[in-house]
Design a binder for this molecule. Structure first.
Ligand SMILES: [Zn+2]
Length: 300
């Protein structure tokens, strides 16, 4: 039986059979000592905990302190070990605006561009953008910057765990990190992967996003913890890659046909909305087409 099969059985049991001590409500036990809090309120980003011998590594901190405290409460049901490190997979507020709740760790790790994007006026602009979503609890946010940064790759050996932090190139943003646990065939992708959900691509780079997912596709991976949505297997990653490839191909085709942005948006959105009707956040498709049109018309 593969790890993936075990995971799916566990998810099934969590939904229908097992008591909350195993499944902890919205917290999914991905493996022994690895848990992901999924389906938060508001912007539903995932937070993952890796519980090592001496303490906990937290990956992404949700949209605001109130949401982060809920995630921390989930962690405290499992362990009272201290938080050693925070990892921010990218700068977006739904992954970083809860950083202040985990400040006991003193160490927030991210790609160097995450710090740039959250620093000074950039960070304040991003916070102001998040405040337009109408979520409660945003007034409490104090931006806490990553204080340990890297450029291309970084490795952490902590207890029995070996984490590879990889910046595969531009993708969902210009500072994405995937956390790869090679020995466990597990990857925490940040927002390079949205499960069964149209991705936000407002500051994405479609071509290199596809390339990053293609690189990951070739890794030995059985479990994929996405930035948003349910934990899945490699098919979750492949589905995201295929969506982006279809977006790219269809937009390029319309540009080649001499279509305007508005015409392209209409034609491609209709096609993708029909094909991905079961996915969440279909309203993001028009924005995805906008972004792709900008990228590919610029290259022409
Ligand atoms: Zn994001």
């Amino acid at each position: 039986m593969t790890r993936k099969t075990v995971l799916f059985i566990l998810l099934g049991l969590c939904l229908f059979v097992l008591p909350p001590t195993i499944c902890l409500g919205k917290t999914i036990k991905v493996q022994d000592n690895i848990y992901t809090v999924v389906q938060g309120e508001g912007v539903d980003s995932n937070t993952t905990f890796i519980i090592t011998k001496d303490g906990v590594i937290v990956i992404d901190t949700r949209t605001n302190p109130a949401e982060a405290r809920k995630a921390l409460a989930e962690l405290r049901k499992i362990t009272d070990k201290p938080v050693l490190y925070i990892i921010n997979t990218h700068y977006h507020g739904d992954h970083t605006f809860g950083n202040q709740v985990f400040e006991e760790s003193k160490t927030i790790i991210a790609h160097e561009n995450v710090r740039k994007m959250l620093q000074g006026q950039n960070g304040q602009n991003h916070l102001a953008f998040f405040k337009t979503f109408g979520l409660s609890g945003m007034d409490e946010v104090q931006i806490v910057l990553p204080n340990m940064i890297y450029k291309k790759r970084m490795e952490i050996y902590q207890g029995a765990y070996h984490l590879q932090l990889l910046h595969l190139g531009k993708g969902h943003t210009d500072g994405d990190t995937v956390v790869y646990l090679e020995e466990l065939k597990l990857v925490i992708t940040g927002d390079l992967v949205f499960a069964d959900t149209i991705p936000y691509a407002g500051d994405g780079y479609i071509d290199s996003w596809i390339a990053s997912l293609h690189t990951l596709h070739n890794y030995d991976i059985e479990i994929v913890v996405p930035g948003h949505g349910e934990v899945g297997g490699k098919t979750t990653l492949i589905a995201m890659k295929h969506y982006l490839m279809k977006l790219r191909n269809q937009v390029k085709q319309q540009i080649e046909n001499g279509k305007s942005l508005e015409e392209t948006k209409k034609i491609v959105s209709e096609s993708l909305r029909a094909e991905y009707s079961t996915w969440k956040n279909l309203e993001r498709i028009e924005g995805n087409v906008d972004r792709a049109f900008m990228e590919y018309s610029f290259k022409e």
